[in-house]
Design a protein around this ligand. Structure first.
Ligand SMILES: [Zn+2]
Length: 331
Protein backbone atom coordinates (compact mmCIF):
# COMPACT_ATOMS: atom_id res chain seq x y z
CA UNK A 1 0.00 0.00 0.00
CA UNK A 2 1.02 3.47 -0.49
CA UNK A 3 2.16 5.64 2.40
CA UNK A 4 -0.87 6.89 4.39
CA UNK A 5 -0.94 10.21 6.23
CA UNK A 6 -3.68 11.67 8.44
CA UNK A 7 -3.79 15.47 8.38
CA UNK A 8 -5.31 17.59 11.12
CA UNK A 9 -6.17 21.28 10.97
CA UNK A 10 -5.37 22.36 14.53
CA UNK A 11 -8.52 24.31 15.38
CA UNK A 12 -12.07 25.08 14.32
CA UNK A 13 -13.20 28.03 12.20
CA UNK A 14 -12.52 31.47 13.68
CA UNK A 15 -10.20 30.24 16.44
CA UNK A 16 -7.14 32.31 17.47
CA UNK A 17 -7.58 35.62 15.68
CA UNK A 18 -4.19 37.26 15.15
CA UNK A 19 -3.67 40.17 17.58
CA UNK A 20 -1.61 41.97 14.91
CA UNK A 21 -3.89 41.39 11.89
CA UNK A 22 -7.63 40.81 12.36
CA UNK A 23 -7.91 39.27 8.87
CA UNK A 24 -6.03 36.21 10.11
CA UNK A 25 -7.32 33.48 12.34
CA UNK A 26 -5.45 30.23 12.87
CA UNK A 27 -8.56 28.04 12.61
CA UNK A 28 -9.57 29.07 9.09
CA UNK A 29 -6.11 29.60 7.60
CA UNK A 30 -4.66 26.31 8.81
CA UNK A 31 -7.84 24.60 7.56
CA UNK A 32 -7.09 26.04 4.10
CA UNK A 33 -3.47 25.03 4.48
CA UNK A 34 -4.11 21.41 5.42
CA UNK A 35 -6.32 20.98 2.33
CA UNK A 36 -3.56 22.41 0.10
CA UNK A 37 -1.07 20.09 1.77
CA UNK A 38 -3.43 17.15 1.15
CA UNK A 39 -3.49 17.89 -2.59
CA UNK A 40 0.29 18.25 -2.71
CA UNK A 41 0.93 15.02 -0.79
CA UNK A 42 -1.53 13.16 -3.02
CA UNK A 43 0.52 14.32 -6.00
CA UNK A 44 3.30 12.09 -4.67
CA UNK A 45 0.95 9.11 -4.60
CA UNK A 46 0.51 9.40 -0.82
CA UNK A 47 -2.93 8.51 0.55
CA UNK A 48 -4.20 11.39 2.69
CA UNK A 49 -7.21 11.69 4.98
CA UNK A 50 -8.24 14.48 7.33
CA UNK A 51 -9.37 14.28 10.96
CA UNK A 52 -12.48 16.38 10.34
CA UNK A 53 -14.79 16.86 7.36
CA UNK A 54 -16.02 20.31 8.37
CA UNK A 55 -14.05 23.22 9.75
CA UNK A 56 -16.87 24.44 11.99
CA UNK A 57 -16.96 21.29 14.10
CA UNK A 58 -14.36 20.67 16.75
CA UNK A 59 -13.06 17.27 17.87
CA UNK A 60 -11.20 16.11 20.95
CA UNK A 61 -7.49 16.28 20.21
CA UNK A 62 -6.69 12.86 21.69
CA UNK A 63 -9.41 11.28 19.51
CA UNK A 64 -7.89 12.99 16.45
CA UNK A 65 -4.58 11.34 17.32
CA UNK A 66 -6.05 7.86 17.81
CA UNK A 67 -7.79 8.22 14.42
CA UNK A 68 -4.25 7.83 13.06
CA UNK A 69 -4.33 4.08 13.70
CA UNK A 70 -2.96 2.29 10.63
CA UNK A 71 -1.44 5.46 9.17
CA UNK A 72 2.28 6.09 8.72
CA UNK A 73 2.07 9.59 10.18
CA UNK A 74 -0.32 12.10 11.79
CA UNK A 75 0.37 15.80 11.20
CA UNK A 76 -1.48 18.59 13.01
CA UNK A 77 -1.01 21.99 11.32
CA UNK A 78 -0.89 25.24 13.33
CA UNK A 79 0.48 28.76 13.56
CA UNK A 80 2.03 29.79 16.85
CA UNK A 81 1.49 32.65 19.31
CA UNK A 82 3.92 34.62 21.47
CA UNK A 83 3.74 37.72 23.64
CA UNK A 84 6.81 38.99 21.76
CA UNK A 85 5.84 40.21 18.28
CA UNK A 86 9.30 39.68 16.76
CA UNK A 87 9.28 35.93 17.51
CA UNK A 88 9.04 34.04 14.18
CA UNK A 89 10.72 30.61 14.41
CA UNK A 90 9.01 27.50 12.99
CA UNK A 91 8.80 24.61 15.43
CA UNK A 92 7.74 21.01 15.03
CA UNK A 93 6.64 19.27 18.21
CA UNK A 94 7.62 15.59 18.04
CA UNK A 95 6.94 12.59 20.30
CA UNK A 96 9.47 12.30 23.13
CA UNK A 97 10.30 8.75 22.03
CA UNK A 98 12.45 10.40 19.34
CA UNK A 99 11.32 8.18 16.44
CA UNK A 100 10.54 10.96 13.98
CA UNK A 101 12.73 13.87 15.13
CA UNK A 102 14.65 13.83 11.82
CA UNK A 103 11.47 14.53 9.87
CA UNK A 104 10.53 17.25 12.39
CA UNK A 105 13.88 18.97 11.87
CA UNK A 106 13.53 18.73 8.10
CA UNK A 107 10.02 20.25 8.14
CA UNK A 108 11.09 23.07 10.49
CA UNK A 109 14.02 23.87 8.20
CA UNK A 110 11.75 23.80 5.14
CA UNK A 111 9.37 26.31 6.76
CA UNK A 112 12.28 28.55 7.77
CA UNK A 113 13.57 28.67 4.19
CA UNK A 114 10.16 28.98 2.51
CA UNK A 115 8.74 31.65 4.83
CA UNK A 116 12.07 33.38 5.35
CA UNK A 117 11.87 33.42 9.14
CA UNK A 118 14.66 35.27 10.93
CA UNK A 119 14.85 32.76 13.77
CA UNK A 120 15.81 29.21 12.88
CA UNK A 121 13.52 26.20 12.70
CA UNK A 122 13.61 23.73 15.55
CA UNK A 123 11.91 20.74 17.14
CA UNK A 124 10.74 20.30 20.70
CA UNK A 125 9.10 17.71 22.92
CA UNK A 126 6.78 18.33 25.86
CA UNK A 127 5.88 15.66 28.36
CA UNK A 128 4.25 15.04 31.72
CA UNK A 129 4.57 12.20 34.18
CA UNK A 130 1.61 10.38 35.67
CA UNK A 131 1.99 7.31 37.90
CA UNK A 132 5.69 7.06 37.01
CA UNK A 133 4.83 6.89 33.29
CA UNK A 134 5.94 9.63 30.89
CA UNK A 135 3.40 10.83 28.33
CA UNK A 136 3.49 13.31 25.47
CA UNK A 137 1.78 16.47 26.69
CA UNK A 138 -0.18 17.28 23.54
CA UNK A 139 -3.26 15.12 23.04
CA UNK A 140 -2.97 14.70 19.28
CA UNK A 141 0.60 13.37 19.63
CA UNK A 142 -0.29 11.24 22.68
CA UNK A 143 -3.29 9.73 20.87
CA UNK A 144 -1.28 8.93 17.74
CA UNK A 145 1.56 7.37 19.74
CA UNK A 146 -1.02 5.29 21.67
CA UNK A 147 -2.11 3.63 18.41
CA UNK A 148 1.48 3.14 17.24
CA UNK A 149 1.67 6.02 14.76
CA UNK A 150 4.16 8.90 14.95
CA UNK A 151 2.27 12.16 15.45
CA UNK A 152 3.67 15.67 15.08
CA UNK A 153 2.46 19.24 15.54
CA UNK A 154 3.76 21.70 12.95
CA UNK A 155 3.82 25.38 13.96
CA UNK A 156 4.15 27.44 10.77
CA UNK A 157 5.79 30.45 12.42
CA UNK A 158 3.80 32.94 14.52
CA UNK A 159 0.52 34.73 13.85
CA UNK A 160 1.66 37.25 16.48
CA UNK A 161 4.36 38.42 14.05
CA UNK A 162 2.89 40.82 11.49
CA UNK A 163 5.31 39.97 8.67
CA UNK A 164 4.69 36.23 9.01
CA UNK A 165 0.92 36.74 9.39
CA UNK A 166 0.81 38.78 6.18
CA UNK A 167 2.89 36.10 4.48
CA UNK A 168 0.47 33.35 5.51
CA UNK A 169 -2.52 35.38 4.32
CA UNK A 170 -1.17 35.39 0.76
CA UNK A 171 -2.72 32.50 -1.22
CA UNK A 172 0.33 31.93 -3.45
CA UNK A 173 2.57 31.77 -0.37
CA UNK A 174 0.32 29.27 1.37
CA UNK A 175 0.40 27.06 -1.73
CA UNK A 176 4.19 27.32 -1.93
CA UNK A 177 4.45 26.31 1.73
CA UNK A 178 2.18 23.29 1.12
CA UNK A 179 4.31 22.30 -1.87
CA UNK A 180 7.54 22.61 0.14
CA UNK A 181 6.27 20.69 3.18
CA UNK A 182 4.82 17.95 0.95
CA UNK A 183 8.16 17.55 -0.84
CA UNK A 184 10.04 17.26 2.47
CA UNK A 185 7.56 14.69 3.80
CA UNK A 186 7.48 12.66 0.57
CA UNK A 187 11.28 12.63 0.34
CA UNK A 188 11.48 11.49 3.97
CA UNK A 189 9.44 8.44 2.98
CA UNK A 190 11.73 7.95 -0.02
CA UNK A 191 9.24 9.19 -2.62
CA UNK A 192 10.53 11.61 -5.23
CA UNK A 193 8.06 11.14 -8.08
CA UNK A 194 5.85 14.21 -8.20
CA UNK A 195 2.65 14.56 -10.16
CA UNK A 196 2.41 12.10 -12.97
CA UNK A 197 1.55 13.94 -16.10
CA UNK A 198 -1.35 12.65 -18.17
CA UNK A 199 -2.73 13.51 -21.59
CA UNK A 200 -6.27 14.45 -22.49
CA UNK A 201 -7.25 12.09 -25.31
CA UNK A 202 -10.64 13.61 -26.19
CA UNK A 203 -11.82 17.20 -25.80
CA UNK A 204 -13.65 17.21 -22.46
CA UNK A 205 -14.90 19.27 -19.55
CA UNK A 206 -12.66 19.84 -16.50
CA UNK A 207 -15.19 19.53 -13.71
CA UNK A 208 -14.98 21.13 -10.29
CA UNK A 209 -16.48 18.03 -8.65
CA UNK A 210 -16.89 14.51 -9.96
CA UNK A 211 -20.45 15.55 -10.68
CA UNK A 212 -21.45 17.21 -13.94
CA UNK A 213 -24.10 19.33 -12.19
CA UNK A 214 -21.42 21.17 -10.19
CA UNK A 215 -20.03 22.85 -13.33
CA UNK A 216 -16.62 22.94 -14.93
CA UNK A 217 -13.53 25.17 -14.87
CA UNK A 218 -13.00 24.94 -18.62
CA UNK A 219 -12.91 22.67 -21.64
CA UNK A 220 -9.66 20.78 -22.04
CA UNK A 221 -8.53 20.37 -25.65
CA UNK A 222 -7.32 17.03 -26.96
CA UNK A 223 -3.60 16.69 -26.30
CA UNK A 224 -3.58 18.95 -23.20
CA UNK A 225 -1.11 17.80 -20.56
CA UNK A 226 -2.58 17.76 -17.07
CA UNK A 227 -1.15 16.65 -13.76
CA UNK A 228 -2.68 13.35 -12.76
CA UNK A 229 -3.44 13.15 -9.04
CA UNK A 230 -5.41 9.94 -8.56
CA UNK A 231 -8.14 7.64 -9.76
CA UNK A 232 -11.36 8.19 -7.82
CA UNK A 233 -12.42 4.59 -8.52
CA UNK A 234 -15.83 5.82 -9.71
CA UNK A 235 -15.12 6.45 -13.38
CA UNK A 236 -13.40 9.78 -12.71
CA UNK A 237 -9.82 10.88 -12.20
CA UNK A 238 -8.66 13.75 -10.03
CA UNK A 239 -6.32 15.99 -12.04
CA UNK A 240 -4.69 19.37 -11.70
CA UNK A 241 -4.44 21.93 -14.50
CA UNK A 242 -3.43 25.57 -14.51
CA UNK A 243 -3.52 25.80 -10.73
CA UNK A 244 -6.96 24.19 -10.36
CA UNK A 245 -7.68 20.71 -9.09
CA UNK A 246 -10.75 19.01 -10.52
CA UNK A 247 -12.04 15.95 -12.29
CA UNK A 248 -12.17 14.44 -15.76
CA UNK A 249 -13.85 11.26 -16.93
CA UNK A 250 -11.46 8.31 -17.10
CA UNK A 251 -12.50 7.79 -20.73
CA UNK A 252 -10.95 11.17 -21.66
CA UNK A 253 -7.53 10.69 -20.16
CA UNK A 254 -4.40 8.68 -20.85
CA UNK A 255 -2.66 8.28 -17.53
CA UNK A 256 0.46 7.20 -19.31
CA UNK A 257 1.08 4.12 -17.20
CA UNK A 258 3.26 2.94 -20.10
CA UNK A 259 5.87 5.48 -19.01
CA UNK A 260 6.55 3.37 -15.94
CA UNK A 261 9.55 1.12 -16.16
CA UNK A 262 9.09 -2.62 -16.29
CA UNK A 263 11.13 -5.00 -14.22
CA UNK A 264 11.41 -8.69 -13.50
CA UNK A 265 12.11 -10.38 -10.16
CA UNK A 266 15.45 -12.20 -10.01
CA UNK A 267 14.39 -14.62 -7.24
CA UNK A 268 11.38 -15.59 -5.15
CA UNK A 269 10.91 -12.59 -2.89
CA UNK A 270 8.57 -11.19 -0.24
CA UNK A 271 6.79 -7.94 -0.92
CA UNK A 272 6.11 -5.27 1.64
CA UNK A 273 2.80 -3.48 1.69
CA UNK A 274 4.01 -0.70 4.05
CA UNK A 275 7.29 1.15 4.03
CA UNK A 276 8.08 2.22 7.59
CA UNK A 277 10.67 0.30 9.57
CA UNK A 278 7.92 -0.47 12.07
CA UNK A 279 6.23 -2.58 9.41
CA UNK A 280 9.19 -4.85 8.74
CA UNK A 281 7.11 -7.97 9.35
CA UNK A 282 4.49 -6.92 6.82
CA UNK A 283 5.69 -9.27 4.07
CA UNK A 284 2.65 -11.45 3.53
CA UNK A 285 2.83 -11.51 -0.27
CA UNK A 286 5.51 -13.51 -2.07
CA UNK A 287 6.36 -12.90 -5.71
CA UNK A 288 7.83 -15.82 -7.69
CA UNK A 289 11.12 -15.61 -9.57
CA UNK A 290 10.79 -14.18 -13.08
CA UNK A 291 7.61 -12.20 -12.30
CA UNK A 292 7.15 -9.12 -14.50
CA UNK A 293 6.35 -6.02 -12.45
CA UNK A 294 5.57 -2.36 -13.17
CA UNK A 295 8.05 -0.17 -11.31
CA UNK A 296 6.63 3.20 -10.28
CA UNK A 297 9.68 4.56 -8.50
CA UNK A 298 12.89 3.64 -6.74
CA UNK A 299 12.96 4.76 -3.16
CA UNK A 300 15.27 4.78 -0.17
CA UNK A 301 13.57 3.87 3.10
CA UNK A 302 14.26 5.83 6.33
CA UNK A 303 16.66 3.02 7.33
CA UNK A 304 18.73 3.56 4.16
CA UNK A 305 17.67 0.40 2.30
CA UNK A 306 16.74 0.72 -1.35
CA UNK A 307 13.37 -0.45 -2.62
CA UNK A 308 11.25 -0.38 -5.75
CA UNK A 309 7.64 0.73 -5.49
CA UNK A 310 5.72 -1.59 -7.79
CA UNK A 311 2.18 -2.30 -8.94
CA UNK A 312 1.27 -5.86 -8.00
CA UNK A 313 -1.94 -7.85 -8.19
CA UNK A 314 -3.02 -9.30 -4.83
CA UNK A 315 -6.27 -11.30 -4.82
CA UNK A 316 -7.17 -9.79 -8.20
CA UNK A 317 -6.70 -6.20 -7.01
CA UNK A 318 -3.78 -4.06 -8.17
CA UNK A 319 -1.91 -2.72 -5.13
CA UNK A 320 1.16 -0.58 -4.49
CA UNK A 321 3.87 -2.75 -2.92
CA UNK A 322 7.57 -2.57 -2.25
CA UNK A 323 10.29 -5.02 -3.19
CA UNK A 324 14.01 -4.89 -2.34
CA UNK A 325 15.66 -3.10 -5.26
CA UNK A 326 18.44 -5.65 -5.65
CA UNK A 327 15.81 -8.32 -6.41
CA UNK A 328 14.48 -6.56 -9.50
CA UNK A 329 16.13 -6.44 -12.92
CA UNK A 330 14.94 -3.38 -14.84
CA UNK A 331 14.01 -4.08 -18.45
ZN1 LIG B 1 -2.72 26.00 17.28
Amino acid sequence: MAIKILLDAGHYSGYNVSPVNSKYNEGDRMWDFHLLLKTELEAYGITVDTTRSSKVTDKDVYIRGTAGKGYDLVISEHSNASSTQSTDYPVVIVPFNNKITDLGEQIAQTIQITMGTIQSGRTMTRTYVSGNVTYDYYGVIRGAVFVGTPGIIVENSFHTNSKMTAWLLNDANLKALAKAEAKTIANYFGISTYKNSAKITTKCQFYKKSNIAKGSYCVLAKGTTVEYVKDQNNGWSKVSYNGNTGYVKNSCIDKGTSKYKKGVTTSKTSLRTGMLVAKSTDTSVVAPKGKKVTVISSITAPDGRKWCQIKYKINGKTCDCYVVKSKVNME
